[in-house]
Design a protein around this ligand. Structure first.
Ligand code: MTE
Length: 318
């Protein structure tokens, strides 16, 4: 992955945060008054329109603002992206992904499961209640953000397909369409972009099948219509624009492990004590801030996830 200088980071000129907060306050009040209980899970009619609001989203109080944090701006999320299918510069995807076609869209859930299924994206919005969760997001390139994502635990989807006993890992396969994605012409990665999790990681309540951010459907450049967010791992574990979820017996070889096995491991837990082969992971720069801050072990989610790695040599399984 490329490392960028601070001067490459987009200045966020428009403050959409206040607008977002006002809407959230309204949602909380409306929920309190029972005004939104009767609304369908998704009221947006033009499902393909970028910027469509997601309705019926409930803030999950267990994942409210982490102490001492503040939200990044929506424009920071939208303007500074990694999505190599649309170019390797952070400012390529916001422009190049505009034309990504997100309807029709299906996700095939298959492999070592009793009930393989193909989900239409619009059915996915209704599979489980949509939650808003504010998570820290740390990229392996040492920048970070705090983002209100919208989605539901991946475990809800997993329950539907009933994995067999030999399903030990989950592989995520993302769209690779040469007609739409100019980046596929480059050999920077072995396409399609794939990622993976161990079964217990995939079932962990923090692991979010993500359909939106800041109360809206995911912008194309951030992985519309559906992506993964695994907040205790580096951002590249969050494959964008997923088309297939496969349950497998053996640890899948992910796109970044194939590209640089000495640099990107399968686990990729945020770990300030294990440096990347070419740079330190001890600190990070929050988008919008000038000075660096210390990186937290497991990105601050250690109390919830550390037990999954008890007894593992984290320098070996990085
Ligand atoms: N998913 C796909 N399909 N292609 C990519 O290039 N980049 C990853 C991840 N998911 C990537 C991807 C990386 S390196 C990061 S840091 C995050 O997406 C960035 O997500 P964001 O641009 O929404 O902040």
């Amino acid at each position: 992955m490329l490392i960028r200088r601070p001067s490459d980071i987009l200045p966020s000129e428009i403050n959409s945060e206040s607008e977002f907060n006002a809407r959230r306050d309204w949602l909380k009040q409306a929920a309190g008054l029972g005004l939104i209980a009767g609304l369908p899970a998704l009221a947006a009619c033009d499902a393909q329109a970028q910027g469509a609001k997601l309705m019926g989203v409930k803030p999950n109080a267990s994942y409210a603002m982490p102490a001492g944090e503040k939200l990044n701006k929506f424009d920071e999320l939208k303007g500074y992206c990694n999505y190599y299918e649309f170019g390797t510069d952070k400012t390529d995807p916001p422009v190049m992904a505009k034309s990504l076609k997100t309807r029709p869209w299906t996700i095939s859930v298959e492999g070592e499961v009793l009930k393989p299924q193909v989900f239409d994206i619009d059915a996915l919005y209704k599979l489980a209640p949509l939650e808003e969760r504010i998570y820290r997001f740390r990229c392996v390139e040492a920048w970070s953000m705090v983002i209100p994502w919208v989605g539901f635990p991946l475990s809800e989807l997993i329950k539907q397909v009933q994995p067999k006993g030999n399903a030990k890992y989950v592989e995520f396969v993302t769209l690779a369409d040469k007609a739409q994605m100019p980046g596929l012409r480059s050999g920077v990665l072995d396409w399609p972009y794939t990622e993976g999790l161990r079964m217990d990681e995939a079932m962990h309540p923090l692991t979010l099948l993500t359909l939106g951010a800041f109360g809206e459907m995911l912008p194309n450049q951030n992985g519309a219509p559906v992506r993964m967010i695994v907040p205790w791992k580096y951002g590249f574990k969050g494959g964008k624009s997923i088309v297939k979820i496969r349950f497998v017996e053996k640890e899948p070889r992910t796109a970044w492990v194939k590209a640089g096995p000495g640099e990107y491991g399968f686990y990729s837990n945020v770990n300030p004590t294990v440096d990347h082969a070419r740079w330190s992971q001890a600190s990070e720069r929050r988008l919008g801030e000038f000075s660096k801050r210390k990186t937290l072990m497991y990105n601050g989610y250690g109390d919830q996830v550390a037990s999954m790695y008890a007894g593992m040599d984290l320098a070996k399984f990085f």
